[in-house]
Ligand binder design. Structure first.
Ligand code: FMN
Length: 355
Protein backbone atom coordinates (compact mmCIF):
# COMPACT_ATOMS: atom_id res chain seq x y z
CA UNK A 1 0.00 0.00 0.00
CA UNK A 2 1.41 3.40 -0.97
CA UNK A 3 0.86 6.86 0.38
CA UNK A 4 -2.74 7.35 -0.76
CA UNK A 5 -3.90 5.93 2.55
CA UNK A 6 -1.78 8.10 4.80
CA UNK A 7 -3.20 11.21 6.46
CA UNK A 8 -2.41 14.73 5.29
CA UNK A 9 -2.89 18.25 6.64
CA UNK A 10 -4.92 20.66 4.55
CA UNK A 11 -5.22 24.03 6.25
CA UNK A 12 -6.78 23.49 9.65
CA UNK A 13 -7.94 19.96 8.79
CA UNK A 14 -6.25 16.58 8.87
CA UNK A 15 -7.60 14.30 6.16
CA UNK A 16 -7.76 10.54 6.77
CA UNK A 17 -6.37 9.79 3.31
CA UNK A 18 -5.05 11.57 0.23
CA UNK A 19 -7.91 10.67 -2.12
CA UNK A 20 -9.92 13.77 -3.00
CA UNK A 21 -13.24 13.70 -4.84
CA UNK A 22 -13.15 16.28 -7.65
CA UNK A 23 -15.82 18.96 -7.95
CA UNK A 24 -18.41 17.69 -10.42
CA UNK A 25 -21.56 19.43 -11.63
CA UNK A 26 -24.41 16.90 -11.60
CA UNK A 27 -27.49 19.12 -12.15
CA UNK A 28 -29.63 17.39 -9.52
CA UNK A 29 -30.82 20.52 -7.67
CA UNK A 30 -34.27 22.03 -8.23
CA UNK A 31 -35.03 25.20 -10.17
CA UNK A 32 -34.54 27.28 -7.02
CA UNK A 33 -30.96 26.00 -6.68
CA UNK A 34 -31.86 23.80 -3.72
CA UNK A 35 -30.13 20.42 -3.35
CA UNK A 36 -32.50 17.70 -2.14
CA UNK A 37 -32.16 14.43 -0.27
CA UNK A 38 -30.64 12.62 -3.28
CA UNK A 39 -27.75 15.07 -3.20
CA UNK A 40 -27.12 14.33 0.49
CA UNK A 41 -27.21 10.60 -0.26
CA UNK A 42 -24.80 10.96 -3.20
CA UNK A 43 -22.18 12.80 -1.17
CA UNK A 44 -22.61 10.61 1.93
CA UNK A 45 -21.98 7.54 -0.24
CA UNK A 46 -18.60 9.07 -1.14
CA UNK A 47 -17.60 10.14 2.40
CA UNK A 48 -14.69 7.67 2.36
CA UNK A 49 -12.73 10.27 0.39
CA UNK A 50 -10.20 12.16 2.50
CA UNK A 51 -11.93 15.25 1.14
CA UNK A 52 -14.99 15.82 -1.03
CA UNK A 53 -15.13 18.99 -3.09
CA UNK A 54 -18.72 19.68 -4.14
CA UNK A 55 -19.98 20.44 -7.60
CA UNK A 56 -19.75 24.10 -8.59
CA UNK A 57 -22.25 26.16 -6.56
CA UNK A 58 -23.32 29.66 -7.57
CA UNK A 59 -22.53 32.31 -4.94
CA UNK A 60 -25.28 34.57 -6.30
CA UNK A 61 -28.06 33.97 -8.82
CA UNK A 62 -26.17 35.89 -11.55
CA UNK A 63 -23.40 33.30 -11.30
CA UNK A 64 -25.59 30.39 -12.40
CA UNK A 65 -24.53 28.86 -15.70
CA UNK A 66 -26.25 25.49 -16.05
CA UNK A 67 -29.71 24.09 -15.56
CA UNK A 68 -30.52 22.58 -12.12
CA UNK A 69 -27.25 23.68 -10.49
CA UNK A 70 -27.34 24.55 -6.78
CA UNK A 71 -26.73 27.88 -5.05
CA UNK A 72 -25.58 29.16 -1.67
CA UNK A 73 -27.42 32.45 -1.56
CA UNK A 74 -30.83 31.91 0.05
CA UNK A 75 -31.78 30.61 3.49
CA UNK A 76 -33.53 27.65 1.86
CA UNK A 77 -30.31 26.73 0.02
CA UNK A 78 -28.29 26.98 3.26
CA UNK A 79 -30.80 24.76 5.08
CA UNK A 80 -30.65 22.16 2.30
CA UNK A 81 -26.84 22.11 2.26
CA UNK A 82 -26.87 21.59 6.06
CA UNK A 83 -28.44 18.20 5.41
CA UNK A 84 -25.64 17.39 2.98
CA UNK A 85 -22.83 18.34 5.35
CA UNK A 86 -24.48 16.50 8.25
CA UNK A 87 -24.81 13.35 6.15
CA UNK A 88 -21.14 13.48 5.13
CA UNK A 89 -19.91 14.27 8.64
CA UNK A 90 -22.01 11.45 10.09
CA UNK A 91 -19.94 9.08 7.93
CA UNK A 92 -16.65 10.66 9.05
CA UNK A 93 -16.05 12.57 5.82
CA UNK A 94 -14.93 16.12 5.13
CA UNK A 95 -16.44 18.38 2.52
CA UNK A 96 -15.54 21.73 0.93
CA UNK A 97 -17.96 23.69 -1.25
CA UNK A 98 -16.77 24.86 -4.65
CA UNK A 99 -17.91 28.42 -5.44
CA UNK A 100 -18.52 28.75 -9.18
CA UNK A 101 -19.55 32.02 -10.81
CA UNK A 102 -19.93 31.19 -14.49
CA UNK A 103 -19.74 34.75 -15.82
CA UNK A 104 -20.24 34.65 -19.61
CA UNK A 105 -20.74 30.84 -19.64
CA UNK A 106 -24.45 31.32 -18.96
CA UNK A 107 -27.62 32.46 -20.70
CA UNK A 108 -30.42 34.94 -19.93
CA UNK A 109 -32.86 32.06 -19.45
CA UNK A 110 -30.75 30.82 -16.50
CA UNK A 111 -30.45 34.21 -14.77
CA UNK A 112 -33.95 35.70 -14.83
CA UNK A 113 -33.55 37.31 -18.24
CA UNK A 114 -30.38 39.24 -17.36
CA UNK A 115 -27.39 39.42 -19.70
CA UNK A 116 -24.44 37.34 -18.45
CA UNK A 117 -21.48 39.38 -17.20
CA UNK A 118 -17.78 39.13 -17.98
CA UNK A 119 -14.57 41.18 -17.85
CA UNK A 120 -15.09 42.14 -21.52
CA UNK A 121 -18.01 41.90 -23.93
CA UNK A 122 -16.62 38.92 -25.85
CA UNK A 123 -19.00 36.12 -26.79
CA UNK A 124 -17.76 32.58 -26.11
CA UNK A 125 -18.15 29.86 -28.72
CA UNK A 126 -20.62 27.11 -27.98
CA UNK A 127 -23.97 26.61 -26.33
CA UNK A 128 -25.46 26.97 -22.86
CA UNK A 129 -27.44 24.22 -21.12
CA UNK A 130 -30.77 25.89 -20.38
CA UNK A 131 -34.25 24.68 -19.35
CA UNK A 132 -35.13 24.87 -23.07
CA UNK A 133 -32.17 22.75 -24.13
CA UNK A 134 -28.92 23.91 -25.69
CA UNK A 135 -28.81 27.47 -27.03
CA UNK A 136 -25.97 29.63 -28.34
CA UNK A 137 -24.13 31.77 -25.82
CA UNK A 138 -24.82 35.50 -26.03
CA UNK A 139 -22.43 38.45 -25.94
CA UNK A 140 -21.89 39.21 -22.25
CA UNK A 141 -22.00 42.65 -20.65
CA UNK A 142 -18.71 44.14 -19.47
CA UNK A 143 -18.66 44.56 -15.70
CA UNK A 144 -18.26 48.02 -14.19
CA UNK A 145 -15.72 48.62 -11.44
CA UNK A 146 -18.32 48.91 -8.69
CA UNK A 147 -19.93 45.68 -9.86
CA UNK A 148 -16.59 43.89 -9.64
CA UNK A 149 -16.23 45.01 -6.04
CA UNK A 150 -19.75 43.70 -5.47
CA UNK A 151 -18.96 40.25 -6.89
CA UNK A 152 -15.75 40.02 -4.85
CA UNK A 153 -17.87 40.70 -1.79
CA UNK A 154 -20.42 38.11 -2.98
CA UNK A 155 -17.71 35.44 -2.88
CA UNK A 156 -16.90 36.39 0.71
CA UNK A 157 -20.54 36.25 1.76
CA UNK A 158 -21.05 32.93 -0.03
CA UNK A 159 -18.04 31.50 1.83
CA UNK A 160 -19.55 32.68 5.12
CA UNK A 161 -22.87 31.03 4.23
CA UNK A 162 -21.12 27.78 3.24
CA UNK A 163 -19.48 27.60 6.66
CA UNK A 164 -22.87 28.38 8.24
CA UNK A 165 -24.20 25.37 6.31
CA UNK A 166 -21.56 23.17 7.95
CA UNK A 167 -18.91 22.97 5.23
CA UNK A 168 -15.32 22.39 6.30
CA UNK A 169 -14.09 24.96 3.79
CA UNK A 170 -14.60 26.54 0.38
CA UNK A 171 -12.84 26.34 -2.98
CA UNK A 172 -12.68 29.18 -5.50
CA UNK A 173 -13.36 27.77 -8.96
CA UNK A 174 -10.75 29.62 -11.01
CA UNK A 175 -10.51 26.89 -13.66
CA UNK A 176 -12.48 25.68 -16.71
CA UNK A 177 -13.16 29.11 -18.20
CA UNK A 178 -15.56 30.53 -15.60
CA UNK A 179 -15.50 34.11 -14.29
CA UNK A 180 -12.14 34.14 -12.44
CA UNK A 181 -10.39 32.52 -15.41
CA UNK A 182 -12.19 34.90 -17.80
CA UNK A 183 -10.44 37.71 -15.91
CA UNK A 184 -7.13 35.84 -15.73
CA UNK A 185 -6.82 35.05 -19.44
CA UNK A 186 -5.75 37.59 -22.03
CA UNK A 187 -8.19 36.32 -24.69
CA UNK A 188 -11.32 37.04 -22.60
CA UNK A 189 -10.03 40.09 -20.71
CA UNK A 190 -9.33 43.19 -22.77
CA UNK A 191 -9.88 45.70 -19.97
CA UNK A 192 -7.67 48.76 -19.73
CA UNK A 193 -8.35 49.37 -16.02
CA UNK A 194 -6.75 47.80 -12.89
CA UNK A 195 -8.55 44.47 -13.61
CA UNK A 196 -6.99 43.95 -17.03
CA UNK A 197 -3.88 44.49 -19.09
CA UNK A 198 -0.81 43.12 -17.33
CA UNK A 199 -0.85 39.72 -15.67
CA UNK A 200 -1.05 41.52 -12.31
CA UNK A 201 -4.21 43.25 -13.49
CA UNK A 202 -5.78 40.08 -14.89
CA UNK A 203 -5.02 38.11 -11.69
CA UNK A 204 -6.45 40.83 -9.44
CA UNK A 205 -10.05 39.60 -9.51
CA UNK A 206 -9.27 36.02 -8.43
CA UNK A 207 -6.87 37.22 -5.75
CA UNK A 208 -9.41 39.68 -4.36
CA UNK A 209 -12.13 37.00 -4.37
CA UNK A 210 -9.82 34.68 -2.42
CA UNK A 211 -8.96 37.44 0.03
CA UNK A 212 -12.66 38.16 0.56
CA UNK A 213 -13.33 34.47 1.21
CA UNK A 214 -10.36 34.23 3.58
CA UNK A 215 -11.46 37.34 5.47
CA UNK A 216 -14.82 35.69 6.15
CA UNK A 217 -13.82 32.13 7.04
CA UNK A 218 -10.03 32.08 7.52
CA UNK A 219 -7.47 31.38 4.79
CA UNK A 220 -6.89 27.89 6.21
CA UNK A 221 -10.40 26.96 5.08
CA UNK A 222 -10.00 28.34 1.54
CA UNK A 223 -8.59 26.57 -1.52
CA UNK A 224 -8.40 27.44 -5.21
CA UNK A 225 -8.69 25.34 -8.36
CA UNK A 226 -6.87 26.28 -11.57
CA UNK A 227 -6.54 24.43 -14.89
CA UNK A 228 -3.74 25.97 -16.98
CA UNK A 229 -4.10 25.46 -20.75
CA UNK A 230 -7.33 23.49 -20.42
CA UNK A 231 -8.64 25.59 -23.35
CA UNK A 232 -12.26 24.96 -22.34
CA UNK A 233 -15.13 27.45 -22.73
CA UNK A 234 -13.25 29.54 -25.31
CA UNK A 235 -10.41 30.43 -22.94
CA UNK A 236 -7.15 31.48 -24.56
CA UNK A 237 -4.12 33.12 -23.02
CA UNK A 238 -1.14 34.62 -24.84
CA UNK A 239 1.41 33.47 -22.22
CA UNK A 240 -0.09 30.88 -19.86
CA UNK A 241 3.19 29.91 -18.18
CA UNK A 242 3.79 33.52 -17.21
CA UNK A 243 0.17 33.96 -16.13
CA UNK A 244 0.07 30.92 -13.85
CA UNK A 245 3.57 31.41 -12.46
CA UNK A 246 2.61 34.92 -11.39
CA UNK A 247 -0.75 33.78 -10.02
CA UNK A 248 0.72 31.02 -7.87
CA UNK A 249 3.52 33.26 -6.58
CA UNK A 250 0.82 35.63 -5.31
CA UNK A 251 -0.91 32.74 -3.51
CA UNK A 252 2.26 31.85 -1.63
CA UNK A 253 1.86 34.12 1.33
CA UNK A 254 -1.91 33.81 1.67
CA UNK A 255 -1.65 30.64 3.81
CA UNK A 256 -4.45 28.96 1.90
CA UNK A 257 -5.66 25.45 2.71
CA UNK A 258 -4.58 24.23 -0.71
CA UNK A 259 -3.83 24.80 -4.38
CA UNK A 260 -5.72 22.40 -6.67
CA UNK A 261 -4.30 22.07 -10.19
CA UNK A 262 -6.18 20.02 -12.81
CA UNK A 263 -4.29 19.29 -16.02
CA UNK A 264 -5.74 18.15 -19.32
CA UNK A 265 -3.01 17.47 -21.83
CA UNK A 266 -1.19 20.79 -21.31
CA UNK A 267 2.00 21.13 -23.33
CA UNK A 268 4.00 21.88 -20.17
CA UNK A 269 4.23 19.98 -16.88
CA UNK A 270 2.53 22.63 -14.79
CA UNK A 271 2.86 20.51 -11.64
CA UNK A 272 6.64 20.75 -11.99
CA UNK A 273 6.37 24.48 -12.71
CA UNK A 274 3.88 25.46 -10.01
CA UNK A 275 4.33 23.10 -7.09
CA UNK A 276 7.74 24.49 -6.05
CA UNK A 277 6.24 27.99 -6.07
CA UNK A 278 3.48 27.16 -3.57
CA UNK A 279 4.01 26.53 0.13
CA UNK A 280 0.72 24.87 1.14
CA UNK A 281 -0.92 21.54 0.31
CA UNK A 282 -0.86 20.77 -3.42
CA UNK A 283 -3.73 18.78 -4.94
CA UNK A 284 -3.15 17.35 -8.41
CA UNK A 285 -5.89 16.06 -10.70
CA UNK A 286 -6.88 15.27 -14.26
CA UNK A 287 -6.76 11.78 -15.71
CA UNK A 288 -5.17 10.07 -12.70
CA UNK A 289 -5.50 6.41 -11.80
CA UNK A 290 -4.26 4.67 -8.68
CA UNK A 291 -0.77 4.02 -10.06
CA UNK A 292 -0.17 7.51 -11.45
CA UNK A 293 -1.54 9.05 -8.25
CA UNK A 294 0.78 6.95 -6.09
CA UNK A 295 3.72 7.88 -8.31
CA UNK A 296 2.96 11.60 -7.90
CA UNK A 297 2.74 11.27 -4.13
CA UNK A 298 5.89 9.14 -3.97
CA UNK A 299 8.10 11.61 -5.78
CA UNK A 300 6.63 14.65 -4.05
CA UNK A 301 4.83 16.16 -7.04
CA UNK A 302 1.59 16.36 -5.02
CA UNK A 303 0.23 16.03 -1.48
CA UNK A 304 -3.12 14.60 -2.51
CA UNK A 305 -4.68 13.14 -5.66
CA UNK A 306 -8.01 14.30 -7.09
CA UNK A 307 -10.32 11.83 -8.87
CA UNK A 308 -13.37 12.88 -10.89
CA UNK A 309 -14.98 10.23 -13.07
CA UNK A 310 -13.66 7.40 -10.90
CA UNK A 311 -15.39 8.81 -7.78
CA UNK A 312 -18.55 9.59 -9.71
CA UNK A 313 -18.90 5.93 -10.71
CA UNK A 314 -17.39 4.33 -7.59
CA UNK A 315 -18.83 5.59 -4.32
CA UNK A 316 -16.44 3.25 -2.48
CA UNK A 317 -13.38 4.17 -4.55
CA UNK A 318 -10.97 4.07 -1.55
CA UNK A 319 -12.14 0.54 -0.68
CA UNK A 320 -11.68 -0.58 -4.28
CA UNK A 321 -8.16 0.89 -4.43
CA UNK A 322 -7.20 -0.80 -1.16
CA UNK A 323 -8.45 -4.16 -2.41
CA UNK A 324 -7.27 -3.78 -6.00
CA UNK A 325 -10.88 -4.33 -7.05
CA UNK A 326 -12.21 -3.47 -10.53
CA UNK A 327 -13.90 -0.10 -11.07
CA UNK A 328 -17.36 0.76 -12.40
CA UNK A 329 -17.32 2.83 -15.60
CA UNK A 330 -18.90 6.32 -15.55
CA UNK A 331 -22.04 6.64 -17.71
CA UNK A 332 -21.82 9.96 -19.57
CA UNK A 333 -25.52 9.87 -20.48
CA UNK A 334 -26.51 10.44 -16.86
CA UNK A 335 -23.84 12.96 -15.83
CA UNK A 336 -26.32 15.87 -15.88
CA UNK A 337 -29.70 14.14 -16.13
CA UNK A 338 -32.25 14.64 -13.35
CA UNK A 339 -33.05 11.90 -10.86
CA UNK A 340 -31.44 8.96 -9.12
CA UNK A 341 -30.31 7.00 -12.17
CA UNK A 342 -26.58 7.30 -12.73
CA UNK A 343 -26.36 9.33 -9.52
CA UNK A 344 -26.85 7.27 -6.37
CA UNK A 345 -27.21 3.82 -7.97
CA UNK A 346 -23.59 2.98 -8.89
CA UNK A 347 -22.95 -0.34 -7.15
CA UNK A 348 -20.74 -0.75 -4.09
CA UNK A 349 -18.39 -3.71 -3.94
CA UNK A 350 -20.56 -5.38 -1.33
CA UNK A 351 -23.87 -4.63 0.31
CA UNK A 352 -22.12 -4.22 3.68
CA UNK A 353 -20.22 -1.14 2.53
CA UNK A 354 -23.29 0.48 0.92
CA UNK A 355 -24.18 3.87 2.14
C1 FMN B 1 -19.60 15.25 -14.83
C2 FMN B 1 -18.48 16.20 -14.53
C3 FMN B 1 -18.76 17.45 -14.03
C4 FMN B 1 -17.72 18.33 -13.69
N1 FMN B 1 -18.03 19.53 -13.10
C5 FMN B 1 -17.03 20.31 -12.59
C6 FMN B 1 -17.31 21.41 -11.74
O1 FMN B 1 -18.47 21.73 -11.41
N2 FMN B 1 -16.25 22.11 -11.25
C7 FMN B 1 -14.96 21.79 -11.57
O2 FMN B 1 -14.02 22.44 -11.09
N3 FMN B 1 -14.66 20.75 -12.37
C8 FMN B 1 -15.66 19.98 -12.85
N4 FMN B 1 -15.35 18.84 -13.56
C9 FMN B 1 -13.92 18.48 -13.76
C10 FMN B 1 -13.44 17.59 -12.61
O3 FMN B 1 -13.39 18.31 -11.39
C11 FMN B 1 -12.04 17.02 -12.88
O4 FMN B 1 -11.11 18.08 -12.97
C12 FMN B 1 -11.99 16.21 -14.16
O5 FMN B 1 -13.06 15.29 -14.18
C13 FMN B 1 -10.67 15.46 -14.32
O6 FMN B 1 -10.50 14.46 -13.39
P1 FMN B 1 -10.71 12.91 -13.79
O7 FMN B 1 -9.87 12.67 -15.00
O8 FMN B 1 -10.25 12.16 -12.58
O9 FMN B 1 -12.18 12.71 -14.07
C14 FMN B 1 -16.37 17.96 -13.92
C15 FMN B 1 -16.09 16.69 -14.46
C16 FMN B 1 -17.11 15.81 -14.75
C17 FMN B 1 -16.78 14.43 -15.26
Amino acid sequence: MGQLFTSVSIGRHTLANRLVMAPMTRSRADDEGIPGDLVAQYYAQRAGAGLIITEGVFPVAMGKGYVRTPGIETDAQIAAWKKVTEAVHAKGGRIFMQLMHCGRISHPSLINGATPVAPSAIKPEGQAWTPEGQVDYVTPRELGLAEITGIVNDYGQAARRAIAAGFDGVELHAASGYLPEQFLSSGSNQRQDPYGGSVAGRARFALEALAAMAAQVGADRVGIKISPEMNFNSITDAAPQETYTYMVEQLRDMNLAYLHVALFGAGVDYHALLRPRFNGAYLAGGGLDQATAEAMLADGRADAAVFGGAFLANPDLPVRFRQGAPLNTPDKNTFYSPGAQGYIDYPFLSATSAG
